[in-house]
Design a protein around this ligand. Structure first.
Ligand code: GRF
Length: 195
């Protein structure tokens, strides 16, 4: 199964996929890694692993027209690598309906909260602020909404009294990596199919 991974941040989830594929524990070929954030850690990790990378930056405060053009450019860059699946993990941009239909293959996303609770860019912070005692992570198929697509897998993570956003996020990310690898393995084995 050929995948393109999109990242904006440090790329620890990406690294877990790279390591599992390298160790032949996952029947996945990472065709390319793309980003909106030049110089982010995820691009460096891909480069170090010899994986082709591409960057399609988007300025702050971009107009709707500019965002539409950016989505088209990103879709073209992704499609060049002919993936069977696109994985967004720590990719902090919203993909348009046009992106999804142009790419024409399923997109899955990891989110550091138990959707449908706490969607958006600050899932860990929002869960803490709400005072929940259990949060977690979700792998879901991406649709044109914000973290709204069909849920594929979830794991719960208890919140400790002394957690801050960073400590809680680190524990969530341990589960997030496991869940992402499990979901990719099921997809690669045909045990899970996406429309
Ligand atoms: C993950 O928790 C992801 O769900 C969130 O940002 C984190 C990305 O971490 N949106 P990394 O870049 O994979 O280290």
């Amino acid at each position: 199964m050929r995948i393109v991974v999109l990242v904006s941040g440090s790329g620890s989830n990406l690294q877990a996929v790279i390591d599992a594929a390298d160790a032949d524990e996952l029947a996945v070929e990472i065709a390319a890694v793309g980003s909106d954030a030049p110089g982010c850690g995820g691009l460096a990790k891909a480069g170090a692993a010899g994986i082709p990378t591409f960057t399609v930056p988007l300025e702050k405060g971009a107009t709707p027209n500019r965002r539409a053009a950016w989505n088209r450019e990103l879709a073209a860059s992704v499609s060049r690598h002919s993936p069977d699946l696109v994985v967004t993990s720590g990719f902090m941009r919203i993909l348009s309906a046009e992106f999804l239909s142009t790419v024409g293959v399923p997109v899955i996303n990891t989110h550091p909260a138990l959707l449908p609770s706490f969607p958006g860019a600050h899932g860990v912070r929002d869960a803490l602020a709400h005072g929940v005692k259990v949060t977690g992570c979700t792998v879901h198929q991406t649709d044109a909404g914000v973290d709204t697509g069909p849920i594929l897998a979830q794991a719960a993570v208890p919140v400790s009294e002394d957690d801050d956003e960073a400590s809680l996020h680190e524990r969530i990310k341990v589960q997030e990596r496991r869940l992402l690898l499990e979901t990719l393995a099921k997809l690669a084995a045909g045990e899970l199919t996406l429309r």
